[in-house]
Write a new protein. Structure first.
Length: 280
């Protein structure tokens, strides 16, 4: 039996699993042409004490990937500016078979550039979560950037298409992706919300029609006690999707915080389809 790779989070870090929640496992499998037995396994480590560190998975991604057939050096980039100080514990870069090189760096408010990682020869089969020996501390105002380079030519031995074809962004291995997830910790919950706000606003710059991300932004603004801004974001979603359950629910939450209970009940009623709503 092969050794199983496992990794425990550093002391003080952890994730909460709510009762009734689902664990969803996404797998990339390659057909072999015959039936295969496959039994995936997931191991969980449970701690006796609740987490003490405030963690956040900061995601950067390239929303527009369009690699022309034969293009041997296409480049995608993304960036985000940190509104709060963070400590980076690990990085998880992700791309598919056409990516050749990767790098990510931080530009500090002083102008100093600090390399976070560099992979001169990306291998899709070696993708992993890379932990720093010591967390990387970045001050507020730092700008994190990545640059990935792709080779969609016939000279790329890993190109899944022969001859090469145009490749767009997508989840399939024959598509391409350009993501970077950084596992960071921050000082407190408000700092986590502000970092989440910055990440959501950056995502919406790239995909303004992403309703779920806009509702997420509204939730963060509400939790930051900026209720009027939260309502404005919800209204943008409802203008395009008037029956969106997530948007109506968040509108109700905003109205509760503002003490406008009748309007909150109307939003919750529309969201649930229940004709009457009773406050507990």
């Amino acid at each position: 039996e092969r050794d199983r790779k496992h990794r425990e989070l550093p002391a003080g870090m952890g994730f909460s699993l709510p009762p009734g929640g689902d664990l969803v496992l996404q797998l990339h499998l390659t057909p072999s042409g015959k039936p295969e037995a496959f039994t995936p396994q997931v191991g969980l480590y449970f701690r006796d004490e609740p987490p003490t560190a405030v963690s956040f998975p900061l995601l950067l991604f390239a929303a527009e990937i369009d690699l022309a057939a034969g293009d041997a050096d296409a480049v995608v980039r993304d960036h985000v500016t940190l509104p709060v100080a963070v400590r980076i514990h690990s990085v998880y870069p992700h791309a598919h078979y056409l990516c050749r090189r990767m790098r990510a760096w931080a530009t500090l408010p002083s102008g100093e550039e600090q390399t976070l990682f560099e992979i001169a020869r990306w291998d899709f089969d070696w993708q992993d979560d890379y932990l720093f020996r010591r967390p990387v501390a970045l001050p507020a105002g730092s700008r994190i950037e990545f640059e990935y380079r792709y080779d969609n030519s016939a000279d790329n031995p890993d190109n899944p298409s022969d001859p090469p074809v145009r490749v767009r962004e997508g989840d399939r291995s024959v598509d391409e992706m350009g993501n970077l997830t950084l596992q960071v910790t921050v000082s407190d919950l408000d700092a986590r919300r502000r970092l989440g706000e910055a990440a959501a606003r950056r995502a919406l710059q790239k995909r303004p029609a992403d309703h779920s991300k806009r509702v997420e932004l509204a939730m963060l603004l509400r939790e930051l006690r900026r209720v009027d801004e939260a309502v404005a974001e919800v209204q943008k979603v409802l203008a395009a999707a008037p029956s969106s359950p997530a948007a109506l629910c968040e509108l109700g939450n905003c109205r509760v915080v503002a003490g406008r209970f009748d309007e909150a009940a109307a939003a919750f009623t529309a969201e649930t389809g229940i004709k009457t709503y009773k406050w507990n």
